[in-house]
Design a protein around this ligand. Sequence first.
Ligand code: UDP
Ligand code: MG
Length: 318
Amino acid sequence: MELSVIIPIYNEESNIDELYRRLLSVLEPMALPGGFELIFINDGSRDQSLPMLLNLAARDERVRYIDFSRNFGHQIAVTAGLDRAGGEAVVIIDADLQDPPELIPVLYQKMHEGFEVVYAKRRSRQGDSVAKKLTARLFYRLLASITSISIPVDTGDFRIISRKVVEGLRLMPEQNKFIRGQISWIGYRQTYIEYDRAERAGGETGYTYRKMIRLALDGITAFSDVPLKAATIGGFIVSGIAFLVMLYTLYSRFVSHDYQPGWPSLMISILFLGGVQLIAIGIIGEYMARLSANVRQRPLYLISATNLAMPASASQNR
Ligand code: UDP
Ligand code: MG
């Protein structure tokens, strides 16, 4: 199999036929040597999406489907598709035609210039509300500033990835998926093309604010320890200030004698305890950061190329 196309579906009855038609009109002329497959993941749709998919699958053997028992979310749906994709290259695309299928040959072409990942970067986005554009912008900038890997700004999951990258993703068994971050983490040669994001063709967005916030938190917690380390930094700052105020309290008590009875002891104990508490939380945060890195069970490294064989006695990567 040369190419797998992964399409998560959540209440997309008004888009499925058009999407299928446009995908075929793009993929068939590509005359891929090993052929292609379309993997639709029905993520607990409440409309006619599933019967439509079953109908397509009955007519066209290149159409594969996975029907979830309930709504598990977009990232999980894509993961299920990745787990079963057989292609040497895999395209992830939204079902609502905001990501134009016509770009697939461009992505595919670019990949064969020697890249393992080609993602599609939004030059502009139509149809999305001002609030959505603004929050997305802020979020990507924030994420970029607090993570060590470079997660591209203004990109969704629309991209083509090679088999190597799919295998890399399958080595990352973490529960909270933020696929665009995972793909950056994996590395190899990555590049992008730019496109203008269209409006949703039909239906409504399945991404409620709740789901967007959850995705944002998954992205931050999976790729940054900065929030956990904030307590350590805050603790030292507060302790430093507290120390100065303590000196001032002692000065008022013993030198200038300008104080209310009870005030110095009260101030000193509050300031001291405040600093100690924040530092203690910071210490817990440092352990938590290491714990969460271990719990994710990611491989320590991925090798792009080597001429060293693994000695028979050596333990495996993980
Ligand atoms: N989607 C999904 N499960 C969900 C929400 C969305 O599988 O819980 C799918 C949806 O069908 C679409 C893609 O994820 O193919 C992107 O969703 P949507 O277009 O609603 O997001 P937006 O473009 O508004 O960010
Ligand atoms: Mg959309």
